[in-house]
Design a protein around this ligand. Sequence first.
Ligand code: FES
Length: 166
Amino acid sequence: MTQQTTQTDTSKMTRRNFLQLGAGALGLLALLEMGGASLAFLAPRKIEGEFGGVVKAGDVDSFPAGSVTEFPDGRFFLIRADDGGFLTVYRRCTHLGCSVSWEADKNQFVCPCHASQFDFYGSVENPPAPRALDTFAIEIEDGQVVVDTAKPQTRDEFEANQLVYT
Ligand code: FES
C-alpha cells in the first residue's frame, strides 16, 4: 500500500516536471525566435542588384567614352572617361549626405542642399563639401561592369589610378 502511494506521487511529480519543462522549452523557443528576428532586422541588407550589394551595371560597350550613367537602385553614377577607363561615384554628398545629381549641361555633379559642385570625376569644385565623392570598387567580368556597393571608398580627390580598364 505504501509502495503504491509512492508510485502515484512520483507519477504526479513527473507530469508536473514534464509540463514545467515543456513551458520552459516553449519560452526558450519564443526567445530564440525573437532574437533571430531582431538580428535579421538589424543586419545590413545585401541584395544583389541594389545598394549594399553587387550591381551588374551592364556590357562594357554600352557605356560610351565621356559618359555618366546613373544607377538609382545602386545609388551611384558610372563614369566612363574619354580614354575608356571606368569610375563609380557614390551619389551621397561628402558634406552632409544629400543626394547629388548629374547636370550634363554643366559637366558637374551638383548638391541641392548647400550648392557643393563636383567635376566629371567627382572632385570638389565648389565647397562646402570637404572631399571628392566616394567611390565603389569595380570589376570587369566577362565584358560586364560589376560594381560592389557594400563599402564606399573615401578619397580626397580624383587620381588617374582610380580608373578601371577592361
Ligand atoms: S549636403 Fe551637399 S553641400 Fe551640404
